[in-house]
Design a protein around this ligand. Structure first.
Ligand SMILES: *[C@@H]1O[C@H](CO)[C@@H](O)[C@H](O)[C@H]1NC(C)=O
Ligand SMILES: *[C@@H]1O[C@H](CO)[C@@H](O)[C@H](O)[C@H]1NC(C)=O
Ligand SMILES: *[C@@H]1O[C@H](CO)[C@@H](O)[C@H](O)[C@H]1NC(C)=O
Ligand SMILES: *[C@@H]1O[C@H](CO)[C@@H](O)[C@H](O)[C@H]1NC(C)=O
Ligand SMILES: *[C@@H]1O[C@H](CO)[C@@H](O)[C@H](O)[C@H]1NC(C)=O
Length: 579
């Protein structure tokens, strides 16, 4: 009888196990530039927020119920009035919003972050940084995100953790701990040192969790290049002493030849079935480590975290075999875009700027206007590079007439119809694959006057950055000048390069040039410290003409028929999957 029971229940168990067979997913789960992810679960929904540096609106919030389909539901930093004057006073390309943490406490969503500005170098994180704490009861609404509570930590990467007694603690790089007064923004002094990590440089990106009577402190260390790693320590008391896990690092690809590099800096959370997951960032660079236009993207791995034990994680790779994921669904409220979807916009006067579009610093909104012929953009004096002559209109610190979306796939086609109402030499409008003002590749319609020639419209391909960037231009043929618009294209057909070209509508694509992806994979000034990733977008400029804030009148560009078509994702050196 007993034996029979065992056989019966054993059979049922096997059936159940079969129904719940393991799942497969592909990394990155948030492809494209999504660095420093922080994620939580509230009921059946997962929420993540990622770094955006000087891109604006910043700190996108993504929601998912299946850990595969992630909809952008709001942007935490979405109004100039939340931090008046700060964006336009930010000088460096990698300043801005670094490494947020998202938490749910007392029926509200909280996002804590550090805004870096005016720091002379990336190492100089001194006076020019501001702690910001935003909150929203409804994370699906931009407007619901509060103005920030300002505080002044000495170090970057703030975490926020509420203990059972209701006290709020902020841990930052180092790793040090301070109590935060949620009314005044005051931090308790002196900061309490918690843990130095296991000896890697830059112990940072801390997150505190309380589980089974322990405070767990999970951090990133080794720097955000090939040595990046996740390590963990625990203590019975929040202030320590913290004991390091002998199995550290618990997640890294350092010292391997993995395609996914820089694995680290993330957050751990469970699903409703009691399975644990970690989301961190990584770059698809392989060991060569020179070609990674999408920068640091968010990747996921399963974790086992048994009662009273340390969490144990699977290594990050392109295809992950894991225990059953929640059922696949796109049932997430809102009209935001699911990351990695195609864009197909034919604009009219009723159109709105899509939620996943970003500017470089706070824009001058009055220069972007939807009309029945398309998106009209008034040019900025700053072109995509700008100039550093002390004229803040040319540095881009008064907004650049540029708007974009992330490159989210290795292989994609991007094209937009552009028309330029040119009246003066130097006026230009086009499309760009943009890492930073120091590194970008553009193809534009430009009104030019080469020596001893008549002024006219040209198509110009140019790149700015290291590696002796390529240039080319050709005068627009007569029938193209007559046409209402010219279609400008950027295509990635392999992992190494971007092809730029032009066509008359659906006509033959004329390729003007090819730029190495490496050119937009690093900043000129900080090859090893590149924190950002490529955006593809549109721009209009008078290339510095005039003075003051505005271009001389004229040169307004109209953009229509915006298409971003995802084609394939590389998930290993030689392996790509269609998307
Ligand atoms: C920038 O900083 C200066 C000096 O700190 C300040 O006067 C100004 O209001 C700030 N904002 C803008 C938009 O320039
Ligand atoms: C971190 O390292 C410093 C320098 O070696 C040491 O003085 C300090 O006690 C360490 N802190 C912790 C929390 O272990
Ligand atoms: C299912 O996934 C879990 C988590 O990755 C793993 O530990 C287990 O070995 C997998 N089982 C099978 C049969 O592949
Ligand atoms: C992308 O562009 C190439 C070259 O113009 C073309 O052959 C291909 O069909 C396009 N793919 C998609 C998905 O539009
Ligand atoms: C971009 O703008 C700067 C500053 O106005 C100017 O010096 C430079 O020539 C412009 N680039 C081109 C290609 O026109």
């Amino acid at each position: 009888m007993v034996a029979l029971h065992i056989a019966f229940w054993g059979g049922l168990f096997a059936l159940a196990a079969q129904a719940q067979s393991n799942s497969t997913f592909f990394n990155p789960v948030l492809p494209g530039w999504h660095s420093d992810p922080s994620c939580i679960r509230v009921d059946d929904t997962f929420y993540c927020v990622t770094s955006t540096f000087i891109a604006f609106p910043g700190l996108p919030v993504y929601a998912s119920k299946d850990l595969k389909n992630w909809r952008q539901i709001s942007r935490v930093w979405n109004r100039e009035s939340q931090l008046p004057g700060v964006s336009w006073n930010t000088t460096l390309q990698q300043d801005g919003m670094w490494a947020p943490t998202i938490r749910y406490h007392d029926n509200e969503f909280w996002v804590i972050c550090e805004y870096i500005l005016n720091s002379a170098t990336l190492e100089d994180l001194g006076d020019g940084s501001v702690g910001v704490l935003f909150r929203a009861a409804d994370p699906f609404s931009d407007e619901a995100w509060s103005d920030p509570l300002i505080f002044h930590p000495n170090k970057i990467d703030p975490d926020i953790f509420w203990d059972d007694d209701g006290k709020a603690y902020v841990a930052t790089q180092g790793i040090v701990l301070q109590e935060l007064d949620l009314v005044t923004g005051e931090l308790s002094q002196p900061a309490i040192p918690l843990w130095n990590g296991t000896g890697g440089v830059w112990p940072e990106g801390p997150h505190l969790y309380k589980k089974d009577g322990y405070y767990y402190l999970m951090i990133a260390e080794g720097g955000t290049a090939q040595n990046h790693a996740v390590t963990i320590a625990r203590s019975k008391s929040i202030t320590g002493p913290y004991e390091s896990n002998v199995a550290n690092p618990i997640l890294t690809n350092r010292g391997t030849d993995a395609y996914f590099t820089r694995v680290g800096h993330g957050d751990i959370f469970d699903d409703e079935n009691g399975n644990w997951w970690i989301i961190v960032h990584a770059s698809r660079s392989g060991v060569a480590y020179d070609n990674m236009p999408m920068g640091r993207e968010s990747v996921m791995a399963p974790a086992r975290w048994d009662e009273g034990e340390w969490p144990v994680m699977d290594s990050v790779k392109g295809e992950m075999e894991v225990w059953p994921l929640p059922e696949e669904t796109r049932d997430i409220p809102g009209d935001g875009y699911f990351n990695g979807d195609a864009d197909a916009y034919d604009w009219d006067a009723a159109s709105k700027m899509p939620k996943h579009f970003v500017y470089w610093r706070v824009p001058r909104y009055e220069n972007f206007q939807f009309t029945d012929s398309g998106l009209q953009i008034v040019p900025s004096r700053a072109n995509m590079t700008g100039a550093y002559t002390g004229d803040i209109a040319l540095t881009g610190q008064r907004g650049i007439s540029f708007v974009s979306r992330r490159q989210t796939e290795t292989i994609f086609n991007f094209s937009v119809d552009v028309s330029l109402d040119a009246t003066a030499v130097g006026q230009e409008a086009g499309v760009t694959a943009f890492l930073a003002q120091e590194n970008h590749v553009d193809i534009g319609l430009a009104y030019l006057q080469p020596c001893n020639e008549e002024a006219g419209l040209f198509i110009r391909f140019r790149a700015h950055g290291r590696l002796s960037p390529p240039q080319a231009m050709f005068r627009l043929p007569a029938d193209w000048v007559e046409a209402e618009s010219v279609r400008l294209h950027i295509q990635a057909r392999d992992q190494e390069s971007f092809v730029l070209g032009a066509s008359l509508g659906d006509g033959e694509l004329i390729e003007l040039g090819t730029a190495p992806a490496e050119l937009i994979s690093h900043l000129d000034s900080a090859r090893s410290g590149t924190f950002i990733g490529v955006l593809v977008g549109i721009y209009a400029t008078c290339n510095g003409a005039g003075e003051g804030i505005d271009c001389p009148e004229g040169g307004v560009a109209t953009f229509q028929r915006w298409r971003y078509e995802p084609i394939a994702q590389f998930i290993d050196y030689e392996r790509s999957i269609p998307v």
